[in-house]
Design a protein around this ligand. Structure first.
Ligand SMILES: *Cc1c(COP(=O)(O)O)cnc(C)c1O
Length: 401
């Protein structure tokens, strides 16, 4: 069982008897070789299609790795002022794009210092800020809602769901986009996918063509957002390339993609230790020093089951445990796994694919410490990038006295 399990994409680089055995826990470890492999694949898509691919920083913004990523990518995408500044500071000389559901007046002048492309979410926001951005020499876009839901189950990740605030439908465009507003625009932006393959992009692009095919020839670029699971083994790369070339050839636009997940997929671990094993009547529970609620919030929010090193999902195997966090939240449970060995106090439990939506989304609920952050270089060497302590918990809550 172990050999097959170790070959999974999340763990294929963890050779050797006991990875991370000396590491203080909990800790995130970013796997540089995987980041490079992901980025190189994205670069090959850029090379073969002439599109530009950006890092969506909300998924992964550990800037110690921006120099590596910037060898391959065209720049960064931001969700607002702080991420735009981070992209400008840490991936200098590359493009900075920003999309925000609504910009604030007090941020906007500063935002103009960092961002090259500014994407608005409504005709009213475009009207309020568009001329200023244009005057500052920025490229200006509007997010459209293609009204084409392609995902089942994850309504909170579906910007095309009924009542969505994200993007302008064609009906709203026809009601509110005056000729003056249209002339401000350099491009259109859509973002509707989440961990999806290129067949979903193809469907979406068809809807975009139906709804906005008359507008696109007047645009310089089309940004197809994120959610493209490009670096997942088996992703339909040829369909993706066909979609990009179709847009370029049909409308004469430059094409941007801004994946987050795909940049850092399988490129990190959350390393934890067993603090206690509680013998329950149904299943033994291993209480870890890492928490789902604090350190891998998407496990509860999405929800999903992260892969675990030397274990498989479910209760089919020999040594079955429910893995849980140390907080007071009853639901701070990661899930049920069967291991190829007995779990005891002090044992390591290594979660895979935890570079994305983890280090940038964690919290100190329950006064939990934030995991330290480590780099695993391409030779397998470990270096600590930063650590956290009581101050990081306390001073989010009050004045420094
Ligand atoms: C979340 C988001 C992305 C990145 O999405 P991934 O699923 O991580 O690829 C890109 N663009 C926008 C506008 C987003 O909101």
């Amino acid at each position: 069982m172990t050999d097959k399990l170790d070959a999974r994409p999340a763990f294929c680089r963890l050779e050797g008897e006991k990875p991370f055995s000396a590491l203080p826990t909990p800790a995130y470890v970013i796997e540089e070789a995987q980041l490079r492999e992901n980025a190189a694949l994205l670069a090959s898509v850029m090379r073969e299609t002439g599109c530009k691919i950006l890092l969506a920083q909300k998924a992964f913004s550990n800037y110690d790795f921006y120099p590596l990523l910037s060898e391959y990518l065209a720049g960064t995408e931001a969700s607002g002022l702080f991420e735009a500044r981070l992209g400008a500071e840490e991936m200098p000389d590359k493009e900075v794009h920003v999309f925000c559901a609504a910009y604030r007046e007090k941020d906007f002048a500063e935002l103009l210092r960092y961002a090259d492309h500014i994407v608005f979410n409504s005709p009213a926001q475009l009207k309020r800020f568009g001329a200023r951005a244009k005057q500052a020499g920025k490229s200006i876009g509007l997010r459209i809602n293609p009204e084409c839901s392609t995902q089942e189950g994850h309504a909170i990740y579906d910007p095309c769901a009924p009542g969505s605030r994200l993007g302008v439908t064609r009906a709203r465009w026809d009601r509110e986009m005056t000729p003056e507003l249209v002339t401000l625009l350099d491009g259109l932006h859509f973002h509707t996918l989440c961990e999806q393959d290129a067949d979903a992009l193809e469907l979406t692009l068809r809807a975009v063509e139906e709804n906005y095919g008359d507008i696109l020839p007047r645009m310089q670029w089309l940004n197809m957002g994120g959610g493209h699971h490009i670096t997942r083994p088996g992703y339909q790369l040829s369909t993706l390339k066909r979609c990009i070339l179709h847009a370029k050839n049909t409308w004469g636009v430059e094409v941007y993609l801004e994946p987050g997940e795909a940049c850092a997929l399988n490129a990190g671990y959350l390393v934890s230790r067993v603090l206690d094993v509680i013998e329950d009547e149904t299943l033994p529970i291993a209480v870890l020093d890492a928490s789902a609620a604090c350190h891998m919030p998407d496990v509860l929010e999405m929800p999903y089951l992260p892969p675990v090193y030397r274990a498989q999902e479910g209760a089919e195997g020999s040594f079955v445990y429910r893995l849980a966090g140390p907080t007071c939240l009853a639901g701070d449970v990661i899930g049920v796994y069967s291991f190829d060995h007995v779990l005891q106090e002090g044992d390591l439990v290594i979660f895979g694919d935890l570079a994305i939506y983890s280090t940038c989304k964690n919290n100190t609920f329950n006064g939990m410490p934030l995991p330290d952050l480590w780099r695993r270089d391409e030779q397998g060497g470990l270096t600590k990038l930063t650590d956290f302590g009581y101050r990081d918990f306390k001073y989010r809550l009050g004045s420094e006295r």
